[in-house]
Design a binder for this molecule. Sequence first.
Ligand SMILES: Nc1ncnc2c1ncn2[C@@H]1O[C@H](COP(=O)(O)OP(=O)(O)O)[C@@H](O)[C@H]1O
Ligand SMILES: [Mg+2]
Length: 681
Amino acid sequence: MRCHDFGPSAGPEERERDRMRTKLIISFLIVVVINALVTSWVGVRLIGDEIVRQAQDKVQIDINSARETYLDKLDEVQGAVRLAAVKCAVREALVTGYVEPMKDELRVVRQKEGLDILSITDRNGVVIFRARNPRTSGDSQARDDVVGAAMVRKREAAGTEIVSRKELLKEGRDLADRARMKLVATPMARPTPETEETSGMVMKAAAPILDYDGSLVGVLYGAKLLNQSSDIVDKVRDIVYRGETYKGRDVGTVTLFQGDLRISTNVSTSQGVRAVGTRVSEEVYDQVIERGVPWVGRAFVVNEWHISAYEPIQNLKGKVIGMLYVGTLEAPYVDLRNRVVYTFLLIALSTAAVLFLIGYLITMNVVQPVKALLFATRKVAAGDLTYRVPTKSHDEVGELTESFNKMTTELEKATQSNLALTRTLEDKIRGKTEELQDAQDQLVRSEKLSSLGRMAAGIAHEINNPLTSILINSHLMAERLQTDEQAAENLRLIMDETSRCSTIVKGLLDFSRQTTPRKGPADLNEVVNRTLTLMRSQILLHRVNVDLDMDKDLPEIMIDANKIAQVFTNIILNAIDAMRDGGTLTIVTRMSPGRHFAEVEFADTGCGIAKEHLGRIFDPFYTTKGTKGTGLGLAVSYGIVEQHGGEIRVRSEVGKGAVFTVQLPAHSGTVAPGENRARLR
Ligand SMILES: Nc1ncnc2c1ncn2[C@@H]1O[C@H](COP(=O)(O)OP(=O)(O)O)[C@@H](O)[C@H]1O
Ligand SMILES: [Mg+2]
């Protein structure tokens, strides 16, 4: 098994992996980010809404408490007036006209009860005495709502009322001045041409003073001026908010409005003074003052956002004349919400980071083996069947890898056996083709030789007799014409040519005489020696050296020794012909490597044979020696060797001599297949 190092090379598989990794990571990222966003958004919305709702619920409760406290204050005023009205001195004064004790009494009550106004009228509403401003009297208060109600119904009446500056001046200049205030410009207030407010808002109560018989003798009325009086708002604040602070500021604030004007408040301006003289935002004005509907919600108070509640204050006749306000700073809630949001975001982000990390690790775990597989498939596709992917995990990817390796192993085996099969087949086909070619060549040659042989036999037979008689007659004529030199010369020419014809005919006869060789056991070395002895004169004549290298252990083989000697004669004669200027003929005898054949090799140092002639030298009548040759020597030899079940081979190059090898079966009839093929090319 081989391992591949997926090193730094950025090949196509690297890009492949990057694509896949990027896709997976982006998918993870999208899921994680969407999850974080949705979770945060839902969480923030839910918690934010809940915080706002709770704040609004709380401010709703606060305004209820504030109203109760306000009404308690009004009750206090009413209680004080009632207390004074039942004093004996008061009724006595009205009944008897003896007023001095009453004056003292009222002064004491006013002081003790903290009333700004405490005045008494007769039964027609004409003021008899003002405890705060004794110098002014005699005016009628009959048209005043509260006083009028007490007069008409002979019962106590109480309510919040707007009092004009003119009326306030009657009760005391200091009161009128306290009520008078400059309007301070506030960003979101309703536009108004007015620059100051002169009237005031009071909590007012009136009690009828009745005679013993129940008839009305006068009315006692008292009031508290609310403008610039901080005790009511501060009391409400202390009761409702119990001194809660946030970052050094009061959490809760309470305000009394006369119309839309802050006349009494503990809301501070940016300079840290009570924000009297400022006015409410226009939208609150429209809802609460104009339509008489309470307001709960966010409101911009003076210079900061508050969660606030406004409730209309009505006068005795039900007209909206002012508002009661409570509010808590929005900042604590906003801070709380922000903390929650940040916490949420932090949790979401860290969860996202953890998820992302896990996703990344999973991605790498999947991508790495897949990449290795991809690399491997490319390797295998390119033909490297030895490549195996290292298996690391035991999950599906690991199984896939194992399957892949198994598949590649099988593929490799199959391919190898296929290759082997193909190679064997190729070898077989090549062998068979060669055999076929050889067989065909041999067939053609045999066919050619045998038909030629038959023809040659016929011709030789027909020509031999005439030739013989030509020769005999030529000899007879030569004896008779011994004197005529010219005639003798011509006759000798006739005889020579006739002899030549005889030689050809004899050769033809040799060639055609395809008789079965008469085989007997013979020693090839001896056949060679005998042949050389017979040819000694020619060899010497042509100055040819003969080198002998004979295998002493050559077994006797079954041959027709005469015919084989003729073959050797033909080969040696050709060698001598090829070595016109002398040379060396080397004759070697030996057994073939498989010991199926005995071999005789004749190597000369003659002119050699051109490649294109090699295929033709065994053809009958093929000669390069003109009239000197018959072209039958090798043809005849070939036939003889073939008849012995042997073969005759030649190899040669021009100028480098020729080597003829005669191969004869060592054991007749036990010739190994394929070894008896005559290789002629
Ligand atoms: N040892 C050799 N060296 C060169 N050429 C040879 C040799 N043996 C045979 N040949 C060639 O083969 C031809 C045919 O030989 P062969 O059949 O004996 O006929 P011939 O000898 O009558 O020409 C020769 O003419 C010669 O060209
Ligand atoms: Mg010859």
